[in-house]
Design a protein around this ligand. Sequence first.
Ligand SMILES: Cc1cc2nc3c(=O)[nH]c(=O)nc-3n(C[C@H](O)[C@H](O)[C@H](O)COP(=O)(O)OP(=O)(O)OC[C@H]3O[C@@H](n4cnc5c(N)ncnc54)[C@H](O)[C@@H]3O)c2cc1C
Length: 308
Amino acid sequence: MILVYTEYNNGQFSKKSLEALSYAKALSDKVVALAINAGDTTDLQTYGAEKILTVTSDKLTHFSVKNYVALLLQVAQKEQVTTILLPSSANTRYLAPVLAVKWGGAYLSNISSLPKDGKVQKVVFSSKAIAWVSLQAKQVITLAGNATEIKQAPVQAVVEAFTPELSEDNIKEVGTEKFTNKVSIEEASIVVSGGRGMQTPDNWHLVEDLADALGAATACTKPVSDMGWRPHSEHIGQTGKPLSCDLYIALGVSGAIQHIAGVNASKVKVVINSDPEAPFFKAADYGIVGDLFEIVPRLTEKIKQLHS
Ligand SMILES: Cc1cc2nc3c(=O)[nH]c(=O)nc-3n(C[C@H](O)[C@H](O)[C@H](O)COP(=O)(O)OP(=O)(O)OC[C@H]3O[C@@H](n4cnc5c(N)ncnc54)[C@H](O)[C@@H]3O)c2cc1C
């Protein structure tokens, strides 16, 4: 039995959660999905969960490793699962390794392929290499982005409410960050990001206009969010949000290894940079060498014309 941990944001299950379900379905027909403080769970059965456990608790409103691990351990024991599968997300990066240790299972992180002869591919060394690792009898698996296609596999699911034993949620809200993205980075199929090459936050309208024209989310590099030019929720890369969108456009981003490590799973990468030696060009599918302040307004205008 495989347990799939799902994430529910803004009234829907994340695409990566549905991808995790499709992956689980390719491993086994016995898939139980865990839905935390979620609304309608129909999507989970559309994508193949034969059992859906719903958990509703104020103690799970804020993500905390302690309570989320406690919940998953209780569900794993109740359902007698042998594999716990988690989608790629900012939270599961913290959750999965602790869960594996407490549960006593192997930890297979960043898995990027379906099994072949009992082995799966794992992205290693900041996406510089691929390793083959063997599936284990008891394991926690986290997926890299785009590990498999999202496929519908409708079943008639048993839906059951589960009440876990959890400690008080002792997370204090110390501040809130205004969510500026019209489209969320996690769900976007197109993401436009800006780096230090944008020069000042006042120039961000160029990123936003291009993103608006494409229906894309906006993102940024770590120094940009560290300097307070953009909110931390937009920081992508190894230590920020992982990206695995269809099209990623980077403006004035050098392509440091820590940045590329977090965005490399994106299908098509386009880089606009004035320095022909910028490392990002080596990882890019398409590159434009030039001044972004000249190129981006023209590109945005052209895209708007195409859409009008
Ligand atoms: C432990 C650790 C973790 C890290 N994690 C992350 C992470 O998760 N994500 C991340 O992004 N970084 C991360 N970093 C930082 C990373 O090493 C780089 O410093 C950072 O990615 C560089 O950001 P940048 O590309 O915005 O800036 P820069 O490296 O300064 O690049 C700016 C680019 O803009 C170009 N440019 C300038 N003007 C123009 C113009 N007019 N038109 C076009 N191009 C122009 C320049 O040629 C240059 O290539 C991490 C670093 C460490 C040590």
